[in-house]
Design a protein around this ligand. Sequence first.
Ligand code: ATP
Ligand code: MG
Length: 306
Amino acid sequence: MTEPKTAVRIVCAGGAVQDNVMRVEKFPEPGGKVSATDFIITSGGQAGNAAVAMARLGAQVTYIGAVGDESDHVANGILKTFANEKIDISNVIRVPGARSAASLILLDAEGEKMIATLRPTGLSQATPDNPDGLVAEADAVMLDNRYSNISLPICLAAKKRGIPRVLDFDKPTPPDDPLFQACSHVICSADAIRESTGIDDLHGALKKLGESYSGFLAATSGPDGVDWLDNGAVRHMDAFRVKAVDTLGAGDTFHGAFAVRFVECRDVVDAMRFAAAAAAIKCTRFGGLMGAATRDEVEAFLKERP
Ligand SMILES: Nc1ncnc2c1ncn2[C@@H]1O[C@H](COP(=O)(O)OP(=O)(O)OP(=O)(O)O)[C@@H](O)[C@H]1O
Ligand SMILES: [Mg+2]
């Protein structure tokens, strides 16, 4: 593996959520009660998770997103987690009167999850002041497609500089979506690509979406791995087999790790293998992205699996 000479610099734009995660043996029946064995309050959300994953992998990460103002304790908690992970939060937009999103998550012994999310208010119109300045020193940008008010200006600024623009395509989106079209590497969740194309077969869905997009296009399917388009043909890579206890943010980890490794090696297959390793390690640990892997852990994991 080519060692990075200096830390990769990535601007990560999109949404962040506060995750309140409890581990239980079995989910309660409606009206019932169960004991929990673990509890953590941490940051979550697509871009929020990717930011933590990339920071753990040694990247210098700047998070750009909109959150509630100083009176919003949920937003304060999200930013505290980022600061602990050494993520640059100096450009975060704090929207007066807005409220950040929070999720209540139960995980059972099988790693299955139940999630209730309190949607944010007041965040969908916020835009970054100086997107060109924000990406001026970046090696790549990592974007989610739920907050295009934030992601699109960052993406367009990155496109002007010709740096990689990795998109977490997790929300169903039409093929003419400007954010989708402006990205260089798009990795979809299986559900989002199926819903966007109306095609259930993943290979068919990739080929269909690929008709209107010329960059790198892939779709992940949890423990079944990742499929991608290679000159019109679909190729597949298995996921690493692990005992999953918490798959929260596995997809976000995959995206973040892909972005970091792609900047280093410029090889999509190498980057996806690295990403799959980071995501698999994350799945073996409780606590959302607080269980994210370090660079050394990913490298040791890959060494054992040549
Ligand atoms: N149970 C698992 N075991 C091993 N690897 C996994 C597992 N779940 C996910 N992964 C890895 O993470 C990648 C992305 O996962 P997935 O397809 O579930 O993302 P997603 O649908 O975007 O979900 P989310 O964003 O909610 O985590 C997979 O391609 C795989 O490499
Ligand atoms: Mg996802």
